[in-house]
Unconditional design. Structure first.
Length: 191
């Protein structure tokens, strides 16, 4: 079984993020869900982004790095939207990563000044008309990344929702989320 560090999105460590982690736990995986917002959750994406701006995106990302510091290096880093930044940074810069699952966001590997580590698989998930994932270029970064990585997969789902895997939000898409869960569980069996 895999050990996973799952970083939450801009609305915080919501019940829906915890529920996603619990589905992975129910399959036998150890899942850590660090709270990068010190207990704050927000009812809207705009409010959550506002909090991250106030605290500082670099500070939020550094909290993710610190949360992983006491964990084994041999983990799978996963992130949802804003949480992808910490997940991708740690995958690329902390030796020992077993894999990465990037949900609803992706940045070019060059963002962190190092290439994607050899032999580390990646899975990326997002919706084809999500204004953030598709509209802000993350899908393009994901396409480049999965071409560069020997074991890279990109799964694109029909729809225009952002944060569609979070069952506690109105943006939740049960069908797409079920596919993500199934594919992530298959990925975790392989790493």
């Amino acid at each position: 079984m895999a050990e996973v560090v799952l970083f939450h999105h801009a609305q915080g460590l919501t019940e829906g993020v915890v529920a996603f982690a619990d589905r992975l736990r129910d399959a036998g995986h150890t899942v850590h869900t660090p709270d990068l917002y010190d207990g704050h959750t927000f009812p809207t994406l705009e409010e959550g982004i506002g909090y991250a701006q106030k605290v500082g995106f670099d500070t939020v990302q550094e909290r993710g790095v610190q949360a992983a510091a006491d964990l084994p290096a041999e983990v799978v880093y996963a992130g949802v939207s804003l949480g992808v930044m910490a997940a991708q940074l740690l995958t690329q810069t902390r030796p020992g990563a077993r894999g990465a699952v990037l949900m609803e966001a992706c940045v070019p590997p060059s963002e962190f000044g190092t290439p994607w580590p050899a032999g580390v698989p990646v899975q990326v998930h997002g919706m084809d008309a999500d204004p953030f994932f598709a509209g802000e270029g993350d899908i393009d970064a994901a396409r480049v990344l999965v071409k560069e990585v020997e074991d890279g997969e990109l799964f694109v789902y029909p729809g225009d929702r952002h944060l569609f895997i979070d069952s506690s939000l109105t943006s939740y898409d049960a069908d797409a989320s079920a596919h993500v869960t199934e594919r992530v569980l298959d990925f975790l069996k392989r790493v």
